[in-house]
Design a protein. Sequence first.
Length: 260
Amino acid sequence: MLKFSKFALLSALLTIAACTQAADEKSAALVNGVSIPQARLDMRIKAAAQQGQPDSPELRKAIRDDLINLEVISQAASKNEMEKQPEIAQQLELARQSILAGAYVQDYAKNHPIGDDVLKQEYEALKTRVGNKEYKLSHILVDSEDEAKKAAAEVKKGKFAKVAKSMSKDPGSKDKGGELGWAVPSNFVQPFAEAVTKLGKGQISAPVQTQFGWHVIKLEDTRELKVPTFEEVKPNIEKRLQQQTIQKEIEDLRGKAKIE
């Protein structure tokens, strides 16, 4: 699956694999008579600026030197006919496909923007799912219902944290006495979340089964949840919905393709 975290790599590939330019285009350098187009240098400078590097004569020189090095090495590789080696040929083809795929995805996202009405609708749905309350939780995770019942019985005799440290199988919370910290129920799988919302402060649940095992849950405390504003979460919602639309486009393209 293509994800936005991979697009930066595709953009980087674009900067070092620019297409052939017209003969009369301004040249940044000539290497053995082969022109390095100024547009290629400008593309690399733009990519550097997007990563927070300020444009400067030093940066331009460093990028120009890098492009010259690439040209010198690639010419030497071509002279040795390395592009004809099967593994190298496959790498070149994969690079070409990756660049085209990245360009297609970026173009699709640009031409299929997510409207504010859709983003606001998703925001309201998100608020409904999250609710208006946060829960401070601890739990004990074991493998069987019998173990969960035993843990629940032990909790009645002593401290929850002590029992969690001795019996829980959850590596992330065991050493902290079962503490999960503050969270909203929607962060957890359904049976766990349902049990949490039925507890009062200080109460301990009956054994609860999920795909991870059996839980004994304690509600330590609750507090009002401060929901971020639409403008604060809009970029994240937009990114997630764009990923979904792009994934659907990929699935549609696969569906239309003849794959044997």
